[in-house]
Design a binder for this molecule. Structure first.
Ligand code: GLN
Length: 205
């Protein structure tokens, strides 16, 4: 198969780290700020950042509807942290007028881990990976509820939030509450590239 082009939504968020992670895996990675750039993509990453700003910028730059259309049309998409919120069909703790692109049949809770523990790190078992992932959470959401088509990929393993869902997949959509782009471990991006290239992750379903 030809090398896929994977876009990173680049109006807001930690774009550079995702571009580097994807480039490191040998795919063509491009920034997406306008509809023509989105059209060039086979798949997309919605990065971490601030979801309340992201949806507004997506509206302003006329990317909101094209993004929604591509996501609904089957474009493989990975959302991390704020990107997970952007993919969620329902939000708890959003601002009054907050919109999401949707697609994932989940309810996410924004800033779910509480203000006192704004950021933390921990190791997680992740479906499809042999060794645990070191996960970095920054004012992260968790997944409060999932629909029947959603597969849980990871949960918090210990502490007060133990058992909370922090990574999911539904068909062509994947999302993590944490930031797989910050620790230099490319395995989650690799799972996503596998999903883009073959329609499934390396995990046996
Ligand atoms: N708290 C942010 C939001 O609601 C997400 C934080 C992040 O992406 N690191 O969008």
């Amino acid at each position: 198969m030809t090398i896929p082009t994977i876009g990173v939504f680049a109006l807001q968020g930690d774009v550079r780290e995702h571009l580097a992670a994807l480039t490191g895996l040998g795919v063509e990675a491009i920034s997406v700020r306008r509809p023509a750039e989105l059209e060039a993509c086979d798949a997309l990453v919605l990065p971490g950042g601030e979801s309340t700003t992201m949806y507004k910028l997506a509206r302003t730059f006329e990317l909101f509807e094209p993004l929604q259309k591509r996501i609904r049309g089957g474009m493989p998409t990975l959302g991390t942290c704020a990107g997970m919120i952007m993919l969620a069909d329902r939000i708890e703790g959003g601002t009054a007028d907050q919109e999401t692109l949707g697609g994932l049949d989940i309810t996410v809770r924004r800033n779910a881990f509480g203000r006192q523990v704004d950021s933390f790190e921990g190791d997680l078992e992740f479906a499809g990976l042999d060794a645990p992932v070191h996960a970095v959470f920054i004012r992260a959401p968790w997944v409060e509820e999932i629909g029947p088509a959603v597969e849980v990929l990871a949960r918090v393993s210990s502490g007060e939030a133990a058992g909370r869902i922090v990574a999911v997949r539904q068909g062509h959509l994947m999302a993590t509450s944490f930031h797989p782009e910050v620790d230099g471990d490319g395995r989650i991006h690799r799972l996503f590239v596998d999903l883009v290239s073959t329609g499934s992750t390396t995990e046996a379903p």
